[in-house]
Write a protein that binds this ligand. Structure first.
Ligand SMILES: Nc1ncnc2c1ncn2[C@@H]1O[C@H](COP(=O)(O)OP(=O)(O)OP(=O)(O)O)[C@@H](O)[C@H]1O
Length: 684
């Protein structure tokens, strides 16, 4: 038999099994739907037991349906043949036949671990590992590894080679896919590491850190649904574009209950993707800001009254400016959140008024302490004074107040330079949209100020759903592109995982944060409650061709020891194109490079340029009639973090490297985004 017909015969064998799996899937789906319908009937009897039973049944039925209805593509993707003649099929779910025999083993189950861990050196009783590729319910390709030829039966057929290579050369499209069929051993070790404490996964571009982090989340959810289910897992990443890029990976594995949030979306009620210029972002992210904000909250609000004067039974009681200042200082010195100290502030003012009254007491004016405090405390004018002098503070309003350079200088004395004060004040003047860096400051202020009193709902306002107040209920937090979190962002994210276990993935070489030591200290503080730290390093770059990665690595060779850079496994024989043009020629060069790559590559084409030039480059392309422009994405260097495109044009690499103090690293990120083709356009 020819090799092709052997393969066809083996495909037919696997197709039979795949058909059985899908038939059983239909049965299970029908059973779950029947259970769901039955649970509604239970609900009609309103006894507490019946309602409770209904909830349990409904929850179970819905979860089962969610898992069964996950994308059916690639449901069965692997098979292991063991030395004792047994065989199991591996898939995205576990499915048993009515006799409870395994038809399909969930990739996360212990029995499936050998699929990822067996090697020719350590075959773990596996003779043949088979990767099965399907299109919908049809098996289209197979690829085998013969791991233990000595123990293989004589009639065992081995077909195809390189399931991984085949997966890597396929075009990627707009959304990241799951890699369950081709997870590699070093990746699997990180995915299946125990849950507790901190699991840190580092590695260069394209080593699968994001993929591994998401598969780890799916694995942990499978292992401990009870603890991690519900809103138990939070995944934080750099940008909404990135979150949308990775958003299908977990649902494709049947996991829907994971919160994915970009750094600009971590805080409820406000969401932004706007990025400050590098210098301003650097100041806003620095841990010096904690003190600046603390001091800002101690300052009197703008237009606070300077004296307090009350007429009481014929006497004028007056608390002067200095004394009011002293009272404010002593209230703050006692600690506590200003919003929780409003009653204390009222008491302190009334006490000061009583002391004035006591000083004025004579034969005719005989004030009584209790009486005075009750009487003045109930007056509307006193409440008006209190609201102006010690108002409820709202985090965003405090930042707006700091657009006044004089006020900000006071809060930032000896912490920020005059230039830094100028930049911040300017960024908060007439804000129409907050920036990603502002979100961490707003969150810090939320905690420092305490909850403001609840505004009374007007009748036509809908009731808001209850929100978590302290955000610390997550059981597991995954941080992606962790090298880019500023100290203030570490504080914000750290608050979400006070009692959680953590998976942290990143690559220090790709960092755009200028002071790594400061960020490391903030990160250590955020994770200070964690006792266990385990580390994994991924060393193989699965994204770029070797030719593309060699050029990308040149951007950082003198910044990093060579053995800290990953190794790209795929050679294509296609070198990146580097072209030099004049500034005048650049717009047309960009248009023609984009058009060339759209013709040459399937899937997405990314144009990566400086943050400052992004809109201009978009403009150049919008006026051209490039075909297939819906496959084009124009992004600034920071927005390219974590992203991947089939082909990439890097526009003005020197400008990109010069854009910030970490520009060379940003250039390394930009040059390492392409899976197939790369064009670099330099300006002379
Ligand atoms: N074992 C694998 N099988 C198939 N594809 C893989 C495998 N590992 C990684 N990939 C693919 O390689 C690409 C890069 O993976 P990923 O984005 O997770 O890398 P990363 O380390 O997070 O990269 P970066 O640091 O550049 O953001 C993705 O397309 C991913 O699906």
């Amino acid at each position: 038999m020819s090799e092709a017909s052997i393969k066809q015969a083996e495909i037919a064998v696997e197709q039979q099994h795949v058909d059985r799996v899908y038939a059983r899937l239909d049965e299970l789906r029908a059973e779950a739907e029947a259970m769901r319908d039955k649970s509604y009937e239970y609900g009609r009897e309103a006894t507490p037991e019946a309602l409770n039973e209904r909830d349990v049944m409904l929850h179970h039925a819905n979860r089962t349906l969610q898992a069964l209805n996950a994308e059916s593509e690639g449901l069965v993707f692997g098979r292991l043949d063991f030395a004792n003649g047994d065989a199991v099929h591996i898939g995205r779910l576990g499915i048993r036949d009515p006799q409870f025999e395994n038809l399909l083993v969930d990739w996360r189950a212990p029995l499936a671990a050998a699929f990822y861990q067996a090697t020719p050196e350590q075959p773990l009783d596996v003779v043949r590992r088979r990767v099965i590729r399907s299109s919908r319910e049809q098996v289209v390709d197979l690829s085998d590894d013969l791991l233990d030829p000595e123990r293989a039966p004589a009639d065992m057929r081995v077909v195809g080679d390189g399931a991984l290579m085949a997966a890597l050369t396929r075009s990627r499209g707009d959304a990241m896919r799951n890699i369950v069929a081709t997870i590699q051993k070093e990746q699997d070790e990180a995915i299946r590491a125990p849950e507790g404490g901190v699991t840190e996964i580092t590695g260069g571009p394209g080593t699968g850190k994001t993929a591994v982090a998401l598969h780890r989340a799916a694995y942990l959810l499978y292992r401990d649904q009870r603890r991690l289910g519900g809103p138990g897992v939070l995944v934080v990443g750099p940008s909404p574009v990135f979150m949308s890029y990775i958003s299908r990976v977990l649902p494709s594995m049947g996991e829907h209950n994971v919160e994915l949030r970009a750094l600009g979306e971590v805080l409820d009620g406000v969401s932004t993707a706007k990025i400050d210029d590098p210098r301003t972002a650097e100041i806003k992210g620095s841990s010096r800001m904690v003190k600046v904000l603390r001091r800002a909250l101690r300052l009197p609000p703008p237009d606070a009254p300077e004296t307090l004067q009350v007429f009481y039974r014929g006497a004028v009681l007056k608390v002067e400016a200095d004394e009011l200042k002293r009272i404010r200082r002593s209230l703050h010195n006692k600690g506590g959140q200003p919003n929780k100290n409003r009653m204390r502030a009222a008491d302190a003012l009334l006490e000061a008024l009583w002391q004035k009254a006591e000083q004025l007491a004579d034969d005719e004016f005989q004030p009584d302490r209790e009486q005075l405090i009750t009487e003045i405390g109930e007056r509307i004018e006193f409440h008006r004074f209190l609201v102006a002098w010690w108002p409820p503070v709202y985090p965003m309003q405090v930042l707006r107040w700091l657009s006044d350079p004089a006020r900000l200088s006071q809060a930032a004395r000896r912490l920020l330079s005059a230039e830094e004060v100028g930049l911040l004040a300017k960024s908060w003047t007439e804000v129409t949209e907050w920036t990603v860096a502002d979100i961490a400051l707003i969150d810090e202020l939320r905690v420092l100020a305490g909850p403001p009193p609840k505004r009374r709902r007007t009748e036509d306002e809908p009731e808001q759903p209850p929100r978590p107040v302290n955000y610390d209920e997550y059981a597991h937090v995954v941080v992606d592109e962790a090298q880019d979190l500023s100290p203030m962002q570490w504080r914000m994210v750290g608050r979400r995982g006070r009692h959680a276990s953590w998976t942290i993935v990143g690559d220090p070489v790709q960092s755009s944060w200028p002071d790594p030591e400061e960020a490391a200290a903030a990160r250590q503080e955020a994770l200070s409650a964690q006792r266990t730290h385990r580390r994994f390093t991924l060393r193989t770059n699965y994204r770029n061709s070797a030719e593309i990665f060699a050029l990308a690595a040149d951007a950082v060779r003198d910044l990093v020891p060579a053995d800290e850079l990953p190794v790209a496994v795929r050679t294509t024989g296609v070198e990146p194109t580097v072209r030099e043009v004049t500034s005048e020629q650049l717009p047309s060069a960009v248009r023609s490079a984009a058009a060339d790559l759209l013709r040459a590559a399937e899937g997405t084409v990314g144009l990566i340029t400086t943050m400052a030039r992004r809109d201009e480059v978009r403009e150049w392309l919008s006026t051209s009639d490039v075909e297939d422009a819906d496959r084009l994405r124009v992004v600034g260097s920071l927005e390219a973090k974590g992203m991947e495109y089939d082909a990439v044009v890097v526009v003005d690499p020197d400008g990109l490297a010069a854009e910030s103090s970490t520009g060379r690293r940003a250039l390394y990120v930009a040059l390492s985004r392409a899976t197939q083709l790369l064009t670099v356009l330099k300006t002379a």
